[in-house]
Design a protein around this ligand. Sequence first.
Ligand SMILES: [Zn+2]
Ligand SMILES: [Zn+2]
Length: 152
Amino acid sequence: MTNITGSCSCCSIKYQITGPVQKVVNCHCDHCKKMNGSAISTYVAVLDHDFIITQGEVKQFAISEKASKYFCGDCGTPLFNEYIKHSGLKMLHLGGLDSINDLTPSMNLYSESQIAWIDDVSSIPSLKQKKDSESATDCSNPRLTWSDLALS
Ligand SMILES: [Zn+2]
Ligand SMILES: [Zn+2]
């Protein structure tokens, strides 16, 4: 039993992983680039029965007859994918989990499609921009919404 939790960025969807993580992988395929809008997709694979949505309702979109993506209909955060090829598994987006530092990918998939500069990321000039007062999404605290910001 694990207690790994995650959410979308607006906190309307929350989930929990209740069993062991099967694998953490980076996918470099063009399909994932397109459907996630990202240069690289890092997934945390868990068994279907080790995953529960604890709050909210996810939206589904069938990318093809082989793959579906699940996301928050309010904020659009992609949460996980399902593939016919990997039936019985949910491929959770690493970034949606509340604690990700202990999860290290053990494999690169479709490396023939890897973008050339990925290997050199650590040599690109880097800026640290996070101030001490900032933190990532914390769903345990109430958040400001656009209506809170509306002028009366
Ligand atoms: Zn959301
Ligand atoms: Zn892929």
